[in-house]
Design a protein around this ligand. Structure first.
Ligand code: NAP
Ligand code: MN
Length: 268
């Protein structure tokens, strides 16, 4: 007998998401899928019901699993979720018939180094370094072991192509097409004066070049990290090494995701 496929439905707790998650369960139940009530790390598919925030958290809270993932948008923007609630009947049919592709999306990796520890963290969109107070923070940026600039301001965002339309875009960075393997380093409200000077635009770096950010000594205890929007504090960070990871997520697609269409629809 063929083993039942297991699908995790991961949703936020908004009324609308709860309603759509229930609708999805009923649509899938017709086809005899196993829908566990507790997250199954060996499932065949993860479906996120919510917006981008829910999509990002469903990955972070489950350690960026290799299980293919697709989203149903019940959120505000919904850049990641390819489906809308109206697509549920078509999605179940296409999934059963194997009419989908799986696209590997590499993660941003960061080694956060303190005097005696290295924490390795991942993000799909971006990692931002900011001051934990309202004061200016000073960050040295090294690319390929060359000192490029010192950014003085609110902080720095390192983003992936898929994340380039999020915080990076608000900070004046460029949109980067998802198939390009690059990382973008973008200052947040940098000072540019005769006292402080840095590049007035972001820089886009190929994946083989290491990006290292070093907080100025007196700010070491005051740097906070935001991993896909979630604040994490680390003690006495000496430097942070960024790279494009070998670790990927697997985005399931019905082939209906069109980057330029999404940008036009969601941003203009
Ligand atoms: P949030 O504060 O609700 O996110 C801000 C907005 O960004 C939401 O509308 C969200 O979509 C959207 N978004 C997330 N990822 C996106 C992407 N790749 N492309 C286009 N838009 C995207 O927090 P959140 O929903 O947990 O998302 C976390 C992300 O927020 C972080 O990774 C960071 O990029 C971004 N952020 C932006 C700012 C800013 O623009 N000033 C400040 C802090 C964080 P939904 O409405 O569908 O959730
Ligand atoms: Mn959100």
């Amino acid at each position: 007998m063929k083993k039942k496929k297991t699908i995790n439905i991961i949703h936020n707790l908004n009324n609308y998401s709860l309603e759509i998650a229930q609708e999805l369960k009923e649509a899938l139940a017709v086809y005899d899928f196993h829908l566990p009530s507790v997250y199954d790390p060996h499932a065949d598919l993860n479906i996120s019901v919510g917006g981008d925030g829910s999509f990002l958290r469903s990955l972070r809270y489950n350690q960026f699993p290799e299980i293919p993932i697709i989203g149903i948008n019940t959120g505000n923007l919904g850049f990641y979720p390819e489906l809308s609630p109206a697509d549920i009947p078509n999605f179940t049919k296409e999934y059963i018939n194997g009419h989908y592709t799986i696209n590997q999306i590499p993660l941003l990796q960061c080694e956060i180094c303190s005097e005696n520890k290295i924490h390795t963290v991942y993000a799909l969109n971006d990692i931002a370094l900011k001051g934990d107070q309202t004061k200016t923070i000073h960050l040295d940026v090294f690319i390929d072991y060359n000192h490029l600039e010192t950014v003085s301001g609110d902080g720095i965002i390192v983003s992936t192509p898929m994340g380039s339309s999020a915080y990076n875009y608000s900070a004046g960075g460029s949109l980067v097409y998802p198939s390009l393997n690059t990382l973008q380093v973008t200052p947040i409200a940098p000072l540019n004066s005769n006292a402080y000077r840095c590049l007035s635009s972001s820089v886009i770096v190929p994946p083989e070049l290491h990006i290292v950010i070093v907080p100025e000594y007196k700010y070491i205890e005051k740097v906070v990290f935001s991993l896909d929007g979630e604040q994490v504090n680390f003690d006495k960070v000496t430097h942070a090494n960024f790279s494009l990871s070998d670790k990927c997520i697997n985005m399931l697609s019905l082939g209906t995701f069109n980057y330029w269409k999404v940008i036009k629809e969601k941003f203009l």
